[in-house]
Ligand binder design. Sequence first.
Ligand code: DGL
Length: 273
Amino acid sequence: MDNRPIGFFDSGLGGLTCIPYLMNALPNERIVYFGDTARTPYGSKATGTIRHFAFEITDFLASEGVKMIVIACNTVSATCLGELRERHPDLPVLGIISPAAHTVAEKCGAENRVGIIGTKVTIASGAYREKIGRLAPKLDIHEAPCPIFVPLIEEGIVDNEIMDLSVRHYLDGFIAESAIDTLVLGCTHYPLIKDNISRLYPKLDIIDPSQEVVASIEGSLSRSGLLAGEGGPSGHMFYASDLSENFVNMIDRIFKGTGFKVAFKNFDLEARV
Ligand code: DGL
């Protein structure tokens, strides 16, 4: 039993989409979350830059005394998961692409035409294609980068025409040309526009891997004897490198009525240089 918190890291608020599943499955666990809102989006940046940011933030999470680090960001997982594991040999460091690939391999068959959407960096890395290819070599996979989604979501531009137009801009041609019937949300921000996508393409099956990521966290904690017990501290801590209103509101919405205590802190990148 281990009541230290779990460290979560994303470029912004995308990683928050895993939190409700985590609270449901493992209500005793505490979270220290870091959203790099000052430097989001990561998905169109050079891999060296992403690596530098990821080293900095995982070092910070480790210094907060976490028992595990969850890279709740496909872009970082695709770029430098192995290096992060080498950098933190005493901590389990979990990525998000392997559990997502398992879900796709389990849920899809040879009859499906599977579309994977993600950031430019995630799609260019080929990480999804490679991991799914190993598990289900016969799956018919197509990929498309959708770089404008993350900046719009971070700005809270979701329930409106601008987001619908952006969705159609990237997906109309992609879905029609490749006859996609199953769409995988290969970015943790995208569950926040799942309703837009399913409204615009009602026949599409959408795979949101967030839930499976939580199953992989639970498995890893349980195998290493790190699950939290009852009666530990109940508060969660949320750091952002630019504590935006959208970030705070979203966390308030997630925790409303749950009885959990939530604290926020602005993480001043300048002060740490
Ligand atoms: N949530 C991140 C991901 O899963 C978004 C990366 C970005 O900031 O572009 O890839």
